[in-house]
Design a binder for this molecule. Structure first.
Ligand SMILES: Cc1cc2nc3c(=O)[nH]c(=O)nc-3n(C[C@H](O)[C@H](O)[C@H](O)COP(=O)(O)O)c2cc1C
Length: 322
């Protein structure tokens, strides 16, 4: 069964990757399964300078999901390149480096640091973190998104994916502008802005100064599917063939195939890694069987094949009397 996939000029052995912030820098997962099976690794987002992140509590469980407000805790790009990247490279899995620039001017600095770093297969530009001040400013407005992506495109020749926020009215418009501004593809979605409250103490359950966090896990899958579908439709309407990487609540091979039918060329597994650390090999073991049962020899043939909802006959007894 052929599971390889092309994301522009990047070829992945399979479409199942792990999402930023949910797989550490991979070494935390060493020994759990053979990490060389991963389609790609997207490590925790790095910023130009180290960040401490938000005060605790940084994560709480909610119905069907996880609400987090980590706040981009990381050691900065210099430390990543010096310490984390050599370890990650030993896994021989494509690395999509997730970076967050506070403003377009930072892109040139990132670009300079990433020049001649062939270990990085692509950049995932995170303009969608809801847990830091101004984290979604460039992801929630098509024009501002264009400014950031244009700056990053000028700064690097690396393959460039832009990670989008679902916390907008029209994600498709922003995705189209990202590609028109030079992105090679988009990743969707980051977490959905939410809140959890301890009513007895009458305080938010997260330590983030705004009391909010990003919701992920099975609860967000329908939102993510809708976003991927809308982006895929808008790409088609604008003659754009750029790949979409689907993210949000993926926890099984069935989920992966749903995202591909909606238009994703590859997927990232996030929160499921926390409650089922072997979810990725389980998905990879099950995918060929599901495709085989459906008579599909190359799964790429299902990408973006969602049909219009059929016109279901309405049973007369369901109609109210006139
Ligand atoms: C604890 C945690 C930390 C995260 N950190 C990042 C991050 O640093 N950068 C990023 O782009 N997304 C981050 N995300 C978002 C995930 O990469 C993913 O987009 C989101 O969780 C939806 O996928 P899921 O429902 O499969 O988790 C984080 C998510 C969680 C749960």
């Amino acid at each position: 069964m052929k599971l390889s996939v092309e994301l522009g000029r990047l070829s992945l052995a399979n479409p199942v990757c792990v999402a930023s912030g949910t797989f550490g820098y991979a070494k935390e997962m060493a020994g759990v399964f053979d990490l060389s099976r991963l389609g790609a690794i997207i490590p925790k987002t790095v910023t130009l300078f180290p960040r401490d992140g938000n005060p605790v509590s940084r994560a709480v469980e909610t119905a069907g999901g996880l609400l987090n407000a980590i706040g981009l805790d990381n050691d900065g790009i210099d430390s990543f390149l010096e310490v984390k990247l050599p370890e990650l490279s030993r896994l021989h899995v494509p690395i999509l480096l997730s970076i967050a620039a506070a403003e377009p001017a930072e892109c040139a600095v990132f670009g300079g640091k990433l020049r001649n770093v062939p270990e990085i297969a692509a950049i995932e530009l995170n303009i969608s973190c809801p847990n830091v001040s101004k984290g979604t400013d460039y992801g929630s407005d098509a024009r501002k998104c264009g400014e950031m992506v244009t700056a990053m495109r000028r700064a690097t020749e690396h393959l460039l994916f832009v990670k989008l926020t679902p916390n907008v009215t029209n994600i498709a418009e922003i995705a189209v502008n990202a590609v028109k501004s030079g992105a090679d593809g988009v990743s969707a979605i980051n977490t959905c802005l939410g809140m959890a409250i301890d009513w007895r103490k009458r305080v938010p359950r997260l330590g983030n100064p705004r009391g909010t966090g990003g919701l992920s896990g099975p609860a967000v899958k329908p939102i993510a599917l809708r976003c991927v579908h809308e982006i895929h439709q808008a790409f088609r309407d604008n003659g754009i063939t750029a790949p979409i990487i689907g993210i949000g609540g993926i926890a099984s091979a069935e989920d992966v195939l749903e995202f591909m039918v909606a238009g994703a060329a590859a997927v990232q597994v996030g929160t499921a890694n926390f409650y089922n650390p072997t979810v990725v090999p389980q998905i990879l073991d099950t995918l060929p069987q599901l495709l085989d049962e459906a008579g599909i020899s190359d799964f790429r043939e299902i990408i973006g094949t969602l049909k219009q909802p059929g016109s279901m006959p309405i049973h007369r007894s369901c109609l109210r009397p006139q």
